[in-house]
Design a protein around this ligand. Sequence first.
Ligand code: MOS
Length: 746
Amino acid sequence: MSTAPDSQYAVIGKSHSRVDGPLKVSGLAVYTSDVDLPGLLHAVPVCSTIASGRLVSLDFAEAEAMPGVHAILHRGNIGRFYRISGNSMESGFVDEARPPFEDDEIRYYGQYIALVVADTFETASAAAAAINAGYDTAAHDVSAHLASDEEPKVQSERGDAASAFEQAAVTLDETYVTPVETHNPIELHATVAHWDGEGYTFYETSQAISNHQGTLMQMLGLPKEKVRVISRYLGSGFGSKLWMWPHSLLAAAATRITGRPVKLVVSRKMMFQNVGHRPLTQQRMRLAAQADGKLTSIRHDYLNHRAMLDEYEENCGEATPLLYSTPNLRVSSATVRRNVGSPTAMRGPGAVPGLFALESAMDELACKLNLDPVALRIENEPGVDESTGLPFSSRHLVECLRTGADRFGWNQRTPGIGSMKRDGLTLGWGVAACSWPGVRFSAEATVDLRADGTARVVCGTQDIGTGTYTILAQLVAEETGLPLDRIEVALGDTRLPPGPISGGSAATASVIPAVLGATRAAVGVVLARAAAVDRSSFAGAKAETLALSAGRVHRKGEAPESGVPYGQILEAAKMHAASGNASAQGGFDDPLKKHHSIHSYGAHFAEVTWQPEIAQLRVSRVVTVIDAGRILNLRAARNQIEGAIVMGVGMALFEHTTYDERYGAPINSNLADYVIASNADTPALDVSFLGYPDPVFNELGARGIAEIGLAGIAAAITNAVHHAAGVRVRRLPVMIEDLLGAGADA
Ligand code: MOS
C-alpha cells in the first residue's frame, strides 16, 4: 500500500516482478557454489578447536595419503599474502586484516589452520577430519558481560547531559543488551577460484565485487587486471558478504598451488565462526524529562565486543543525536576484546541494536510519565538535526507515527498492563520509531540502445536479492519507454564499469544518477544520428528538436506514434548500438551531508498475544510505515520491509549465538539450534510507505529501504511484551524464563 503523493512516472514507483525471478524459480540462476569448471577440485578448511593459544603441531600424514587428496595447505607452504593499508573507501575494506595462516597464534575458536584440497568434497572433508593439530592452549575470554577500561570515545555531545539528568523531574537509567547474532543467509559463503597462469577469476558470494577485487589484488600482490570477481546472483548476505574474508585467499592459494580451479564452500558451522556476526552490545541509556514529557537529557553509552586483532565498532549511537529533540545529550562508545572471530556489519549495523536500546528506554519513560508512547515521541520531534544544526533533507517521522497509529487502531489501546484481551488471550501493543541514514556510493553505468530494439544496461554492482537487476531495468524503461522484457541487465562482474556495494541500503540511490545519465547519453547519440543520417526520416532536423519516448524517435511536442522506432535510426546509421556512459559520486563523506541531515524514518506498531497459563507468546500483527523517499518498485520495497520485520521477530524472540565458556566455541552453530523466525512465526503484516521524494538526495528522491525495517522492530515487540505481561525485557532475545509466572492473574 503506497500513498505516493504523485505519479509522474510510468514505470518508477509501480510494482514490478523481479526481472531475474524466472531464472531463480526455475533453477537456471547460477549461484557461486553452483559453478562447475573442468578439473574442479574441492577445498575444505581445518578449523582450530581452541579459542586462544598457539598451534604447535599439525599431523597430516594420514590425510595426505588418502586417495584423491591433492594438497594440504598450511603456514609452511601456502606462500605469501600481504595486508591492505587500512580500512577506507580508498584502500578497501576487510574485516579480518590478518591473512590466513600468517602466524601460529590462535585468537578465536574455528580460526583456519589448514586447508585440504581434494577431488571431491567428501574426500576433502574426510581428510580434513583426519588432521590432528597440537596446541599450546592459553586462557580465552568469550564472556558476555562487557566492561571496558578504554577511555570512551565521545560520538556526539551538546549541552550538559549529566547535570540536566541530575536536575530532571523524571529520569530513567537502564542498560540494554543485544546478543551476538549470526548472519544466516540461506546461501553459504563460497569461492570458486581459478588461476589460469595469467590471472585469477573468482566466482564469489560478494555484496561488493569492486571491494573484493581491490582487497584481493592487494593481498595477493597483483595488479587489478589480474583479478576478476564475478557474483551473478546472491542468496542474500545481510552484511556478512560485504567485505572479503580469509576463505577467498585460501581458495586463491589452492588454485595457484594445484593449477586447478578450486571450490571452497564455507559450512554452516563455519558461518558462525569465520565470516562475521553482529557483536554483543551493552548499552546504558539515561533519559531525563520534564513532567510534561519534554526530554531534557539523553545519555547513551555503549560497548561492543570485538575480535582480538580487528577494530570493528558497532555504531549504536548513530540515530540517538537526531531522533528526538533534547538540549543536552552525550553519546559515547568503547569496545572490549574477546576471543571471537571479527564482528561485522549485520543488517542495520548500529541502528538495529542502538534503536532497541533507545526505543525501549523511550517506552519505559512514557510509562514513568504516564504518557502515551506515540505522544511522547511526537512531543519530542526536532525541527532540525540538533547534532549538527543542519536541516533534514526530508523527514516525516511524525506522519509515520500518526499513519501507523491509524492503521493499527492505536486509539483503542488501554495503557494498563494486561488490560487488553481478545479471544481469551492477553494482548500487548507496542510502538517504536526507526531511522537509517541515506547513503550513496560512487557508481558508473553504461547503456546500449541496440538496433534490434532492445537495450542493455551494465554496472559492476551486484544484486544481493533485493531487486537491483529490476531497478536498473526500470530506470532504463522509464527513460526510453521500452518494456522491461526488452532491457537486458548485466551486473556482478568486475569487468563492468565499477558499481556500488550492496550495503548500507545504498545501491538504489547510488545507481540512479549513473543509469539515468547513461541512458540519456545513449538517447543523445540516437537523436544526433537521427538528425545527421541521410536516410533517417529526421534528416536535417536539429537534434534538440527531437525526443525518444515509447521506444520511438519523434519531434518534440508530437506523439511518439508519429515517429519511428529508434532501431530504424540505428539501422539507417549502420550502427549496432548507441552507447552512453555516466558516473556519479558518493561515499561516507558525501558533500550533500555538509548541508543536510539525510535519513529515512519509520514507525513500527506490534501486537503480541500472551497466554500466561501456558506461557505462550506470539507476535500476531505488525503495522509499519516507512518514510524512505520515493519508492521505485513498490513490490520489491514492501518485500524488503516485510522480510526485515520477520527478521525482527527473530531478533526479539529467538536469535542469539551462544559461546561455550569452556572451549570458546559458538555452540548453537547450526540452523536447528540457532533459531530464526520462520513462516509459522510471521505475524500479519501491513507495510506502507509515505513516498515523499527526498528533494536533495537524487533526481528521483529515493533513499534506500532494506535495513531500516529491522531497526526498532525488536523494541516495538518487547514494548508490547511489557504491555501484555508486565515484564520489561532489556536483554534480547525474550526468553520464556523471563515471562514464566508473569501476569497469570492480570
Ligand atoms: Mo548491510 S549490513 O550494509 O549489508
